[in-house]
Design a protein. Structure first.
Length: 217
């Protein structure tokens, strides 16, 4: 065997040392990568557990989401009508005798008033049928003692209606009454209900609502 062949077949001590050092470096890097991945996995699990715990605690504090039309008493909505001809005069409140719905028991068939079971924003509709030939029909939606909107009809057998959105605090009332100084007759039959009064809660009172006042009052 020639000298060159013997030289090629023999490993150089320095090269062997370099190979060992390189392998050791790669092994150290792999260990570092594994440790880094472990740390990242632990951090991810800790973050996940924190989010889950926060969600659970939030659910315990706030409870399940509520329907905007619902308050502490559940759904609040009513619709009533007049099934008989009714003579009205001098700020008299219309007492509707036909109850189509009364969720939350806010409407009273004894007084004709709706009393808000919960604080919130409400929508009210009032419609009427004038059976007079020579007298104008004129009714008002009243919040507590204040007039909100009016409904009027000047022709024989005319119909009219109006709608209002208003904030109410628990215990406040809304009703429909004859305008002061007016006298007229509202038409109604069991199978012809034209004169109606309806309302429902649509949500919480926004803090920016100037008519809302202090919620805690």
């Amino acid at each position: 065997m020639s000298f060159e062949n013997r030289h090629k077949n023999q490993s150089h001590p320095l090269q062997s040392f370099i190979n060992i050092a390189t392998a050791s470096t790669h092994s150290t890097k792999l260990c570092a990568i594994r440790e880094n991945l472990k740390v990242q996995r632990m951090a991810y699990l800790e973050c996940l557990l924190f989010v889950v715990g926060l969600t659970i605690c939030s659910g315990r504090v706030t409870g399940p989401p509520q329907n905007d039309r619902s308050g502490k008493h559940g759904t609040i909505a009513f619709s009533v009508g007049l099934t008989s001809t009714l003579h009205m005069s001098y700020s008299e409140t219309i007492i509707y005798d036909k109850v189509f719905s009364n969720f939350g028991d806010g409407y009273s068939v004894d007084t004709g008033e709706f009393t808000a079971p919960d604080t919130g924003v409400y929508v009210f509709h009032a419609h009427a049928y004038n059976s007079n030939q020579d007298r104008a029909m004129w009714i008002e939606l009243i919040k507590n003692i204040d007039s909100l909107v009016s409904v009027s009809g000047y022709n024989s057998h005319s119909t009219a209606g109006n709608t209002v959105i208003v904030s109410l605090h628990q215990g406040e009332t809304v009703a429909v009454r004859a305008r002061p100084g007016q006298e007229f007759t509202l038409f109604g039959k069991s199978d012809q209900v034209y004169t109606t009064f309806s309302g429902y809660r649509i949500g919480e009172i926004p803090y920016s609502d100037p008519a809302a006042g202090l919620l805690g009052r």
